[in-house]
Design a protein around this ligand. Sequence first.
Ligand code: AMP
Length: 367
Amino acid sequence: MIKIHDLYFKPFLSSQEIAAAIDNLAYQINRDLADKKPIFLGILNGSYMVLADLTRKFDHECEVSFLRAKSYEGTSSTGVVKLGDQLDIALSGRTVVIVEDIVDSGLTVVTLSRKLQQYQPKDIKIATLFFKPDVYSQDLKIDYVGQNIENKFVVGYGMDYNNLGRNLPELYVQTERMKNIVLFGPPGAGKGTQATRLKDKYGLVHISTGDVFRYNIKNGTELGTLAKSFMDKGNLVPDEVTIKMLKAEVEKTPDAQGFIFDGFPRTDAQAKALDELLASKNTDIAGMVALEVDDEVLVERLLERGKGSGRADDANEGVIRDRISVYYKQTAPLKDYYAAQNKYYGVDGVGEMDAITDRLSVEFDKL
Ligand code: AMP
């Protein structure tokens, strides 16, 4: 995800995909206009990259010129097309190809093609790299389209958001700011159960480091064997191993709208590593939402869970108490880390499951 001014954008089309759209456009124009010696008229500013790449792929004689037009402020159309400089090329009797980066409502191309008629060209063709069929509202035919795209605001490859982003070689699409939440609480607080409910409700990706370790143990991986030696005793898996694994989990869903981190971070070093990782993606932790539950309730719950779950670390009261003590020593202080940033939200974790989901939702809604 990238940030331009106040908005967030995520990758939409790679350079290769854009090149394929250019090829498609060039193929159609080569096929139709080989012997027409067309004038390619780039509409500035947005179409400068398209024009450069397209004309390089046109295999016949042609001429190139530019016209300036502006119909956008920020992310929305103004509804008025402002045309710039005079033309510096005679269009009379010529085949003119208006080259656009993107056509959405079609206002600019319609206004332009009407205006250009006064120069009495033989023919006016419209070529656009990207076309939004859902919002095009004109009768004018778009002759050549590189690729249809959905109606979202895009930047990159010549296209801008308030003048920035034109130089990006890929295309990006506007998206919401990511919502990353640390679901916090001692072992047995109900983080896993609640995260499963909340992830669907909020469209977030749930990462439970405990679940990932158990998955690795089940599959007999090297990581699983290593983790098991710590987990069975109720100790934490070393930071270096856990942080590396967490990063790999985050990278698995580059398009995520946000994450619920369950069981991570558990140490100061993990919290800092998480901040760094998210900062590298232009995002951050929106808040730590903590389930607050008394120790005796925790022990009772975990022993009960151990009967059904088959988790070795839930079966033994000694190990359970060790985990709770590790929690107070190493993990609970993270409350202060987030509280210092005004990001701590405590929730009563005792009661009916639905009621607890509702309490958590109140906090999630605020973030
Ligand atoms: P959980 O399922 O979150 O209760 O985690 C079970 C066990 O996995 C813990 O007792 C630790 O041994 C290990 N574990 C899970 N997450 C972490 C973490 N963030 N850091 C270190 N160890 C972890």
